[in-house]
Write a protein that binds this ligand. Structure first.
Ligand code: SF4
Ligand code: SF4
Length: 691
């Protein structure tokens, strides 16, 4: 084509891109914490599945298919762009990097695949335009940038067709066997088809169109490349690394603040106060957000009109980061060094407290830590860790949190439970039952971790009693800690009081280790998650089993035989801490299916799309933030829509939230029961509360 022009174009645009990329890289490295890059094969598999296979995108079928078409088209057409860049330096219009030269078998095959993807990409662009301009889902924000990029892709595809069409006409006119006709070429269907209307144009016009197709394609590729670092389309570059680098821990595990005492002594920040404390992975998250809004679409707080929107949090943090990029990287300082906490001379704005400067307290406290946002995000962005870390700073450094949480902290600290119940209350649930206590029991196989709610809450006690009766019926050698059991610290931790959590965890681990505990069974998903996924960080290593899994196992082994029919249409509500966080979806349903007479139905939103009941993330211990609805009311309605007579849960907090929604709703149906309570009805053992 024109080697000088091509060289000039590449030097200018690639230099501009390198400078922008350098800026972004520098900004990324202000992140203070290190994310370990371990378990490479697992990460590669995850990347293949989630980033290359686009697994999560198809949770929204139409947008997912359109994105797949554009993504794979992008990969296929990237080779085409390289070929065109090379053709800029040669006079050989067939050049295609040896095997891909036009006319070679592989070159022909590539040309055909490329044309197929051009059609798919054009269709994908039209679908996105339809979604943005006509359907206008609430989760998305109509932006000029989004439309501009769709336009660039669309024109790039048309330019490619024009280039091939021009080439086809010129080739037909110069070929030795030229007849004036342009034959349909199966290996270049688009070019040969679109060549037909050009056939009557003079050579000069064809050459101009051919050149135009070429230069428009290459210029748009380079313009697009330079737009990336300044737009949400930066995810084109960062999504694959972000997915590869996402935490591989169980999603319910919060990382502890290491060396808490030392940090206090050294006066280091506890939690996240400033933007640079997000760490480089946190900053990469911000670079990667595509603004698709899937997170907010499934956030129970956002869906009920609260101020919280995970997408808005990311965008606000990213805007703040970019706005203060120079100050953060030291680009504006004489020394060129980034300003630090101790750098009192540096401008202070970029060191502002993120809460409330960027994220409001109301939004922060509205999060139920349900994990739905992370489950939906196609590019591996995490939220719960950031939200809890910001709460950690507020609670531990500023002593700020909703008033009921201060009371809850005091109760946990003084009474060992969030309800201020005195120690003697802790075993009231077991009155009249044969309940062995570890301190007196001999050798046991299972330690039943009762949990504060089932031990103290009037309604939830029935779950503990049902479970104890089932354990006795199955002949399990078990015992519980009795008055020695303390709150796991889950609620304190989600509220940001890491100090209290670690104190509770250490005390519990000491007690559990004193009894050489190996296997723990619990009826509470929050206790389950904390004991299983978080206590190991503090030295507590146990086999922890949720009662849904344990009861399913006892039934499978024939130790529990549900015989008596329980004639009821039952809908099971998935607890976030059991399902989304620990992938336990099947066993509670297996327990229910094993009961004769039970007709199990599913709510429209169930399993990993199940909506939170509104209790998690310490919401059960405070008032809900203002919104258009209460979360538990919305969830109850979804379950009522199934016309089930019974709502079954495997979490005392879910049961309590749904029951209180019923009270507000003034509806007595459906009845709310734990799976252990329904199973007990069928086992034939007398429910301890039946007389
Ligand atoms: S964890 Fe749940 S409540 Fe919190 S931001 Fe994500 S979706 Fe919303
Ligand atoms: S965080 Fe993820 S799900 Fe939410 S808008 Fe960004 S890319 Fe989409």
């Amino acid at each position: 084509m024109n080697a000088v022009l091509m060289a000039l174009l590449l030097v200018v645009t690639l230099t501009a891109f390198a400078l922008s990329a350098r800026k972004r890289w520098k900004l990324l490295t202000i992140g203070s914490t290190q994310t370990p890059i371990d378990r490479i094969p697992e990460r590669l598999r995850l990347t293949l599945r989630q980033a290359i296979g686009q697994q999560r995108l198809t949770r929204y079928p139409l947008a997912g298919l359109a994105h797949k078409a554009i993504f794979f088209g992008f990969l296929v057409l990237a080779i085409r762009s390289l070929i065109l860049f090379a053709r800029g330096f040669t006079n050989d219009p067939a050049f295609g990097f040896w095997l891909l030269d036009a006319g070679t078998p592989l070159g022909n095959l590539y040309s055909l695949v490329k044309d197929i993807y051009i059609v798919l990409v054009l269709a994908g662009v039209l679908v996105f335009a339809y979604i943005r301009l006509i359907r206008k889902p609430a989760r998305m924000t109509l932006s000029t940038e989004g439309l501009l990029v769709l336009g660039i892709i669309f024109v790039m595809m048309l330019a490619d067709i024009l280039y091939d069409a021009g080439a086809a006409v010129l080739h037909a006119r110069t070929a030795a066997t030229a007849t004036g006709n342009i034959p349909f070429d199966i290996w270049s269907p688009l070019g040969s088809l679109f060549a037909q209307p050009l056939a009557s144009l003079p050579d000069g016009a064809i050459r101009t169109l051919w050149h135009a197709g070429f230069w428009v394609h290459v210029v748009l590729v380079l313009v697009f490349l330079n737009l990336l670092p300044y737009s949400k389309h930066f995810h084109v570059i960062t999504a694959i690394p972000n997915v590869f680098l996402q935490p591989l821990d169980p999603p319910g595990r919060l990382l502890p603040i290491e060396d808490l005492e030392g940090k206090v002594e050294r006066e280091e920040t506890l939690g996240i106060r400033r933007i640079d404390q997000l760490g480089w992975k946190g900053i990469l998250d911000l670079y990667t957000c595509t603004e698709c809004g899937r997170c907010t679409d499934h956030c129970p707080a956002a869906r009920t009109g609260k101020e919280l929107s995970p997408k808005a949090i990311t965008i606000s943090l990213r805007d703040f980061l970019y706005q203060h990029a120079d100050a953060l990287t030291g680009a504006g300082t004489a020394s060129g060094n980034a300003a630090t906490d101790s750098d009192e001379t540096a401008p202070a704005l970029h060191r502002a407290d993120l809460v409330p400067a960027v994220v409001s307290e109301e939004a922060l406290w509205a999060c139920t830590t349900c994990g739905a946002c992370e489950q939906e995000c196609p590019v591996g962005i995490s939220y719960v860790d950031k939200i809890v870390d910001m709460r950690r700073y507020l609670v531990q450094e500023k002593g700020e949190c909703p008033a009921p949480l201060q009371e809850m902290f005091q109760s946990v600290e003084m009474a060992g439970n969030p309800y201020s119940a005195p120690e003697e209350e802790r075993m009231k649930w077991a009155e009249g039952l044969d309940v062995p206590i570890c301190a007196q029991a001999g050798e046991i196989d299972v330690l039943f971790w009762v949990g504060c709610s089932p031990a103290i809450d009037q309604r939830a006690r029935s779950i503990a009693r049902a479970m104890a009766t089932l354990l006795n019926t199955a002949g399990v050698r078990w015992a519980c800690l009795g008055p020695e059991e303390r709150c796991t610290g889950d609620a304190a931790r989600r509220a940001g009081n890491e100090y209290l959590f670690q104190a509770m965890a250490q005390a519990n681990i000491e007690t559990l280790d004193r009894y050489s505990t190996k296997t723990i069974v619990t009826v509470c998903p929050h206790c389950y998650n904390t004991l299983k996924n978080e206590y190991p960080d503090l030295g507590g290593h146990y086999e922890v089993i949720h009662h849904a899994d344990y009861l399913a196992m006892l039934i499978a082994e024939g130790k529990l035989a549900p015989r008596q029919p329980v004639k009821a249409k039952v809908v099971y509500h998935d607890s976030c801490y059991l399902g989304r966080y620990n992938d336990i979806y099947d066993s509670p349903r297996e327990v229910l299916r094993a009961i004769p007479g039970v007709e199990l139905v599913e709510a429209e939103a169930s399993r990993d799309r199940g909506m939170c009941c509104g209790a998690g993330g310490v919401q059960a211990f405070k008032e809900e933030e203002p919104g258009t609805d209460r979360i538990n009311t919305v969830r109850l309605k979804q379950l009522q829509d199934t016309c089930a007579a019974t709502i079954c849960t495997a979490c005392p907090f879910c049961l309590s939230m749904l029951s209180s929604a019923q009270e507000t709703d003034d509806s007595s149906s459906p009845e709310g029961l734990d799976i252990a309570e329904v199973l007990l009805q069928s086992i034939g053992a007398l429910h301890p509360d039946s007389n």
